[in-house]
Design a binder for this molecule. Sequence first.
Ligand code: MN
Length: 374
Amino acid sequence: MKIAIISDTHLGYARFEDDAAEQAESAFLDAAKKSDLILYAGDVFDVKIPRLETMRHAVDMLRKVGTSGVPIYAIHGNHERRSRDMVNPVQLLASTGVLNYIHGSGTVFEKNTERIFIFGMGSVPEDLAATALKTAVGRVEVPSGMLRILMIHQTIKDFSLGGEKDLTMDEISGLPFDLIVNGHIHKTIINHEENVLIPGSTVITQLKEDETAPRGYLVFDTATKKADFVEIPHRKFLYAELKFSLASMEDVRNAAMEKLAELKKLAEGAKKQPIIRIKLFGTLKEGIRPSDLFISADGAFIDNQLNRSKSNADFSLPSTPSGRTGTVTEIAISLLRNKIKDRMKLLDPAILFDKVSNDVEGASEYLKSVGNSS
Ligand SMILES: [Mn+2]
């Protein structure tokens, strides 16, 4: 049996919306030809409430896969996570019949007498992941005598720089699964020793060095127990860092232009203009301010970090009580969850924040209902 694994398509991603759409479609149509089923490991969309145009494209695209008879099993990612009483966009896709949403549930897939078991858990806040996973898996009967796959969308500490409370392989390997499929991490990782498969994103969204490798998806063969990376046509991302020491304007400008020409050469003949990012750091000659620097770089992002001390160059959001960073909402939820710990049982900060950002009246109704019943 051939299992395709696709993740982090970020449909609707505003900066490179066409890339997100075209590259996801390339991956899915190709995977439909090369596999018996497709696992979709979350961040299908870039936002919790996608535009209707984005939604329609997703339905049309996945329906094409459906006509080839290849089923899709999906979970939500952190970008589309909503509270329990709300509908997330992956659930909505499931309602249209183009995919199966398997958050918190397991299913057996059978083809030509070969059977596999797939259990999915969509993204949960990182500090709750280990507990949530254990609880969710504990609720189902995991069969034996077949390949058992766990599909999640989390940071796994062993494979990515993250916070202290992130999920670890130790916590996962105690569970009854033979293969771990993970989304969330945008870099492709095939680790046969640990039985971990991470396809990486099909589109560039973070502009980090992690995303400079080719974009694509994975095909796992249950006979050989090996996964292959399948590259899809994609826009190239080229990234370079230049370090200076007491440099003049001319030094910086020349080095940047030279690097830019070098990078452009690498992408010669590419169908789509590459995304180029050059990070400048280090120090300038006395009397020159970084803001004086102007480089006309024709389509490239010049990330000017010159004369920044380490502390402000690594500007990041305040950490949560568990020591990790996240989106503003994630941090707020985590702070509030900590504040009300052991004091208010009925208030779920995630629901409150979802309601505040989507429906203010609903938020006050929610607060009233929590107040009345406690
Ligand atoms: Mn993602």
